[in-house]
Write a protein that binds this ligand. Structure first.
Ligand code: PLP
Length: 463
């Protein structure tokens, strides 16, 4: 048994040693070799050492090096060494974090880590919540809890009666809301096309005056879904203005802060999210900017009873209420990986200062990236306030060709987007997100140089 574990760890160590030397993108031959993993369902088993050798020999070379310093696609953190180490131990423990009785260690770490997250993120001290698979799931947990809470306020018991015949709920959100929020709104039965969509400003934040007007116009049960960290620009909605106004009307306010809520853990960025602590619920990822392995996020609620109203599950075989925090009664999952272990290890290792430094450093590197590309003639399309950068290389066609060339070249990886997506004047842009702990100024400079060289090469072939 331990042979396989040792072999898996040896392949993992080899992988981590080699990955910085490698192109961020796997070679076409490495991708073609994946045919070796795609055979028919095996009728007979084989030696585990052969299976692991296939994963190490064929799988490792076909990875995108997202766990490295020059991957700037989507919003992708790496994995801190202590997170991977703690993850290896957690995998050996294989604890189920659903119930305290199932694992004293998972329960102690989970409860402590949720408390630390609330403090680090500067949220209401009463807040509590649950680990889950990603901000998408955290948004869903929050939307279901918000729905049931605003209906309870008008005397409708949605968990037992369902939604048929219930009072209508108004959902107010921005045209710039993230795709996962729209999905959460749909899945919670609130109808994404029934939302009141409020315009955004030029930086991608909800327009404050339009938001206030929408809140004032709403009647009956209302949910206001705001965002910390626009996925394109990193900009946040004006919480300080909107949250008190929404709360005054009795609305529920949710904040999708998948990566942007971490601004509240860094002294020079807190002004971007001022007032965010006044919300009723928050979604935040750990697998993005906190640099733990997938999958890991947290759904938090100012009042844990609001989560429990919607998420609680009872059965004769389950322990009765002992007053302890019960993760399975605060989220969608019963059985669950003890995701808190890696987060606990990262927070214990970095401390509040180290986490602030991780956030500040990423933001500083994003600005450096933008400045280097602008100095090379590219156009930065927004104020770089956090870790996200959008750049244009002229026409939409040219920008797309540069993105394609960069993805093939392999020094770094960047994706594309359309900005601002909902406007006729939208332009194609290269989208860069600096979220990994390992990225240095040297990585930014080498990547900016490679991008500018790709632009030159495209210009030469098209002129
Ligand atoms: C603002 C925002 N919300 C939600 C998500 C979804 O997060 P996850 O991929 O962890 O489900 C993302 C992902 O980039 C995001 O940027």
């Amino acid at each position: 048994m331990t042979d396989s574990v040792a072999q898996g760890h040896a392949f993992a160590l080899d992988y981590l040693r080699d990955r910085s030397e490698r192109s961020v993108v796997p070679s076409s031959s490495a991708v073609a070799d994946l045919d070796q993993l795609k055979g028919e369902l095996p009728e007979q088993g084989r030696d585990p050492s052969e299976v692991l050798a296939l994963l190490g020999g064929v799988g490792s070379p076909a990875t995108m090096v997202t766990n490295g310093p020059r991957y700037f696609g989507f919003v992708t953190g790496g994995a801190l060494p202590v997170a991977m180490g703690a993850g290896a131990l957690a995998s050996a423990w294989d604890q189920n974090a659903a119930l305290p009785i199932m694992s004293p260690v998972a329960s102690a770490i989970d409860t402590t880590t949720i408390k630390w997250m609330v403090e680090l993120l500067g949220l209401a001290p009463t807040a509590t919540g649950t680990f889950c698979g990603g901000a998408s799931e955290a948004n869903l947990i929050s939307m279901i809890s918000a729905r049931d809470a605003v209906l309870a306020r008008v005397g409708w018991d949605a968990p037992s009666q369902g939604l048929a015949g219930s009072p209508a709920i108004t959902v107010i959100t921005s045209v710039e809301t993230h795709a996962s929020m729209k999905k959460a709104i749909s899945l919670a039965g609130l109808g994404r096309d029934r939302c009141v969509l409020v315009d955004s400003d030029a930086q991608g934040a909800m327009d404050a005056a339009a938001g206030l007007a929408a809140i004032a116009a709403a009647s009956g049960p209302t949910i206001v879904a705001l965002q910390a960290g626009n996925v394109n620009t990193g900009q946040s909605d004006p919480f300080e203005v909107l949250i008190p106004a929404a709360k005054k009307t009795g609305a529920w306010v949710h904040v999708d802060g998948a990566f942007g809520l971490w601004a509240n853990a860094a002294p020079t960025r807190t002004q971007l999210v001022r007032g965010v602590d006044g919300a009723d619920s928050w979604a935040v990822d750990a697998h993005k900017w906190l640099n733990v392995t997938y999958d890991s996020a947290v759904a938090l609620c100012a009042n844990g009873d609001d989560l429990a109203r919607s998420m609680r599950a009872d059965a004769a075989y389950l322990p009765s209420d002992s007053g302890e925090r019960v993760p399975m009664n605060l989220g969608l999952q019963m059985s669950q990986k003890a995701r808190a272990i890696e987060v606990w290890a990262v927070i214990s290792t970095l401390g509040r200062d180290g986490i602030a430094d991780l956030i500040e450093r990423s933001c500083g590197l994003a600005k450096r990236f933008a400045d280097r590309l602008a100095a090379g003639g590219a156009e930065v399309l927004h104020d770089v306030v956090l870790n996200q950068v959008l750049v244009s290389f002229g026409s939409n066609e040219m920008t797309d060709q540069v993105i394609e060339a960069v993805q093939a070249e392999g020094t770094c990886w960047a994706g594309g987007t359309t900005w601002p997506a909902h406007q006729l004047t939208a332009r194609r842009a290269m989208r860069l997100s600096v979220s990994g702990w390992e990225t240095t100024e040297g990585d930014i400079d080498a990547s900016a140089d490679a991008i500018l060289l790709c632009w030159n090469a495209v210009r030469e072939t098209t002129s």
